[in-house]
Design a protein around this ligand. Structure first.
Ligand code: PBG
Length: 324
């Protein structure tokens, strides 16, 4: 294919041709909207570093979820901000915890909107780590039972799918067994299987008040340079019974999404995280980029890399555009 016989520009010459050769189409079906919920009434605390996002009490959570549903977004992912924290993260699996109540209400109000829940301890533990702490070490095996308890409590509240984000080894198997033993064999697990130890989570941690009080998450989340390890992590979770494998963050890890799409025969989710959203919003505010175009380009590239679904704080904005 050499110039001048081949001219790449021929098929770019007009809108009709461009539509015909279009390889990647983003749709509303691809989007999952993460939402933060807090106890109280009529609460809508703005999250400064994530413009357009709020800590929402149940009434307002329902409004936003309805908006998502009306736009055709198939699912939301719920994160809870509890009233109190302790060493065992008990509010994470409390029957009347903030997430459990939110899930119940959402499912009552919007039965056809899929409600996914983040299963983790870091928002609920006083030390802010995703597992149990013993002598300043994040202990793997004693965390598993608690993680399973959280997942079961979410399923009991009516969650359609649970998504463990803690990165403890063996938690998918433990959660699968716990769900099955309690009559929830139909509840799928979306595993945050490949979760990097990333500075892109900064805005989320201030939104959810979940930053670790000592040390960092490097003994359980992955180093950014590792790719083979991503395959090992994903394979392990497939074997333990995961239904969907997630890569997180998305934009700096498109190669990982692409590799897993080839290697793993399960649907792949990508989480475009808080820092990715914040960067676009900040540059847009400065007038340095066209935020809307950058958002759509970003989402399209995540899909092109191989993601079957994208968790994104831009879901509402993107859906509005896709629907026009
Ligand atoms: C909890 C959790 C985190 C995110 C999702 N689940 C934070 C973390 O691992 O510190 C980050 C999401 C985002 O940045 O948008 N483990």
């Amino acid at each position: 294919m050499l110039f001048p016989e081949y001219r790449a520009r021929r098929l770019r010459a007009n809108n009709a041709f461009r539509k015909m050769i279009c390889e990647t189409t983003l749709t509303v079906n691809d989007l999952i909207l993460p939402l933060f919920t807090i106890n109280g009434k009529n609460v809508k605390n703005p999250i400064e570093s994530m413009p357009g996002h709020f800590q929402l009490s149940m009434d307002n959570l329902k409004k936003t979820a309805r908006e998502a549903y009306d736009l055709g977004i198939p699912a939301v992912m719920i994160f809870g901000i509890p009233d109190s924290k302790d060493a065992l993260g008990t509010q994470a699996y409390a029957q009347n915890g903030v997430v459990q109540r939110a899930v119940k209400e959402l499912k009552n109000a919007l039965p056809d909107l899929a409600v996914l829940t983040d299963v983790c301890l870091c928002q609920y533990t006083d030390h802010g780590h995703c597992g149990m702490v013993e002598k300043n070490i994040i202990d793997n095996d004693s965390s598993l039972d608690l993680l399973a308890r959280i997942a079961i409590s979410h399923a009991r509240a009516g969650a359609d799918m649970v998504a463990p984000s803690d990165m403890m080894d063996g938690r998918v198997a433990e959660i699968r067994e716990g769900l099955d033993d309690n009559g929830f064999s139909q509840v799928p697990i979306m595993s945050y299987a490949v979760k990097y130890c990333s500075a892109f989570y900064g805005p989320f941690r201030s939104a959810a008040n979940s930053a670790p009080k000592f040390g960092d998450r490097r003994t359980y989340q992955m180093d950014p340079g590792n790719a083979l390890e991503a395959i090992r992590e994903a394979t392990m979770d497939v074997e333990e019974g995961a239904d969907i494998i997630m890569v997180k963050p998305a934009l700096s890890y498109l190669d990982i999404i692409c590799r897993l799409k080839d290697e793993i025969d399960l649907p792949i989710a990508a989480y475009s995280v808080s820092g990715e959203y914040a960067m676009i919003k900040a540059a847009e505010k400065m007038g340095w980029i066209d935020g809307t175009k950058v958002m759509m380009e970003t989402l399209t590239s995540i899909k092109r890399a191989g993601a079957d679904m994208i968790l994104t704080y831009s879901a509402l904005d993107a859906a509005r555009l896709l629907n026009t």
